[in-house]
Design a protein around this ligand. Structure first.
Ligand SMILES: [Zn+2]
Length: 562
């Protein structure tokens, strides 16, 4: 009770201060409307600001938070030109930010064959067959989103599954984790991949027991198919990015950290933003092959920080599902392999040194415990030359040896994690890793307790990219049916407050914008998200059933549910 009174007094004071300021700004412009541009109320408002975690109303002026406090004080800020938005019971939060997304892939998912939810290899084949009927013979069919978990065939997809249904089209079907592609025979022939083709470093070409290729190419071996992939025209790239941004706004994301961004996409986003056509706040980490371009240009920002680029993305290994994650000990269900390490210290050190010298943040994908340890080793060498506040990150940080967990806080390395990976992967992670190694798997609570900063994301299009699924996964650590299994470590579930920080304050910190974004605090940018469900009080199971109803970026409504 005393807490409520304290908040009221504090926020009422702030409101009066603003009202006075607005009044003094008015003289000389007699007809000028006084008041805020926008006032939002009518539902619980959670600020992620510890000074006043919950308020009744928010006022926005010139794209920034002008007031956060009680409704009576907000009423005084409503002028003739003020837009008043009634939440009608929806819950308002600081803008949700996806700290790890492949924005081009999210757009592409809408423009290509979507295999999400296919329940068997046979269903994949049926979907390819239906799609093939809509394209010309010879045209490349590109699909993504299949995953064999739970399939009756109990194996990866292979070329023979799809040869018969699309004999006249090269077909490339990317696994949902993005770390493997199955090509049909027509595509393999076009790419010149045969039983004799050697796998490149950091990749694998899967073979059956007779030594014949199955059609599945893992990690760097996917590059053998580069010539087959549909040409990425500038026009199509632009279309994918626009569609991707619209999808993100609809889910309630106000901002994303765009991982592995091709340089062409950075330029495309910058030109869209300059024309006022980028309704999403984008922080880009450019793909390694374009790192030199960013080293040359230095950190970039356009359109009042709408598009900021000051990071590079590296890969240390592959993914757990396709056994590409690099482990110290062999896979529990495949003792002949420890996975695929995709970087060598000699190749990586000069890149890290350049990034350190030029104030560029490094974000490195590391899934297996070996990959995480190696990246921490390389960071530890490079960070002393990286200036006072480098905020380098490990993306995924999925499996970590107990000895390496305290190194995150000690080195100031941010763990950028995707809660939905846990509820998807934990169905097979026990088989891949064995029960002992699960103690350090998806261990976000342990990392937080050890003092690490954990930023939250989705890795869409690997996962759906719905903030409500991510939030649910973080606090429930159960799958969407409410189930969990042995070794899922329920003690790693986060509190609602901790989960909120993952997608707000921590996401802002992880992109150097903690002074501007991440909480509903007077003076910060008015990036806001409202969900139909109150994430802080709703029963767990209700969370993923909600939806985003209102998304604002810089005070502008970019999505409002009809
Ligand atoms: Zn990713």
């Amino acid at each position: 009770m005393s807490k409520t009174i304290r908040i009221t007094r504090r926020t009422l004071g702030a409101g009066l201060a603003l009202a006075a300021e607005l009044a003094t700004a008015a003289p000389g412009r007699a007809a000028a409307p006084t008041g805020a541009d926008t006032v939002i109320w009518g539902g619980p408002v959670y600020t992620a600001d510890p000074a006043h975690p919950r308020v009744e109303a928010v006022a926005i002026r010139a794209g920034r938070i002008a007031f956060a406090g009680d409704r009576r004080a907000a009423q005084a800020l409503v002028g003739p030109a003020t837009r008043v938005i009634d939440l009608k019971g929806a819950a308002l939060f600081p803008g949700f930010t996806d700290s790890h997304v492949h924005l081009d892939g999210v757009g592409e998912r809408e423009l290509t064959l979507n295999l999400e939810g296919a329940a068997s290899a046979a269903e994949v084949a049926a979907r390819v067959k239906a799609y093939a009927a809509t394209v010309r013979p010879g045209e490349v069919i590109y699909g993504r989103g299949w995953i064999e978990t739970g399939w009756p065939e109990m194996r990866f997809l292979q070329a023979s599954d799809i040869d018969a249904v699309a004999p006249d089209n090269p077909v490339l079907l990317q696994r949902s984790d993005g770390h493997a592609i199955v090509a049909n025979t027509a595509a393999l022939r076009l790419a010149g991949v045969t039983d004799a083709t050697p796998a490149p470093f950091g990749g694998a070409i899967l073979k059956d027991k007779d030594g014949h290729i199955t059609g599945m190419l893992v990690d760097t071996a996917m590059s053998l198919l580069r010539g087959v992939r549909p040409a990425q025209t500038a026009e199509r790239r632009m279309r994918a990015l626009k569609v991707g941004m619209a999808v993100e706004n609809r889910y309630g994301w106000t901002g994303v950290h765009f991982m592995s961004a091709p340089w062409a996409d950075v330029l495309a986003l910058e030109s869209l933003a300059a024309r006022g056509e980028a309704p999403l706040r984008v922080y880009a980490a450019v793909d390694r092959q374009d790192a030199d371009k960013l080293f040359q240009s230095g950190p970039r920002s356009v359109a009042d920080d709408r598009i900021v680029t000051r990071a590079i993305k590296l890969y240390a290994d592959g993914a757990l599902g396709s056994r590409g994650a690099a482990l110290f000990e062999p896979y529990s269900d495949e003792p002949t392999t420890t996975g695929l390490l995709r970087l060598t210290p000699d190749d990586t050190r000069p890149v890290l040194a350049q990034a350190a010298a030029r104030g560029i943040q490094v974000c490195t994908h590391a899934i297996g415990d070996l990959a995480n340890a190696r990246v921490l080793d390389l960071y530890a060498e490079a960070l002393p030359k990286a200036g006072p506040d480098p905020r380098w990150r490990i993306e995924h940080a999925q499996n970590i040896r107990a000895a390496d967990i305290p190194r995150f806080a000690r080195l100031g390395v941010i763990a950028s994690m995707q809660p939905s990976h846990a509820i998807g992967d934990l169905h097979f992670a026990g088989a891949r890793l064995g029960q002992d190694r699960l103690a350090g798997a998806y261990a976000w609570k342990t990392l937080l307790n050890a003092g690490a900063l954990v930023a939250g994301g989705s890795d869409a299009p690997v996962e759906r990219g719905d903030p409500l699924i991510e939030f649910y996964a973080a606090v429930a650590r159960k799958d969407l049916k409410g189930q969990s299994g042995p070794g899922w470590h329920p003690e790693q579930a986060l509190s609602r407050e901790e989960a909120l920080r993952l997608f707000t304050t921590a996401a802002a910190h992880a992109r150097f914008a903690d002074a501007e974004l991440g909480s509903i605090t007077v003076g910060k940018r008015a990036d806001l998200t409202a969900f139909s469900v109150d994430l802080m009080t709703a029963p767990e199971a209700a969370i993923p059933k909600g939806r985003a109803v209102l998304t604002l970026v810089d005070g502008q409504v970019v999505w409002q549910a009809p």
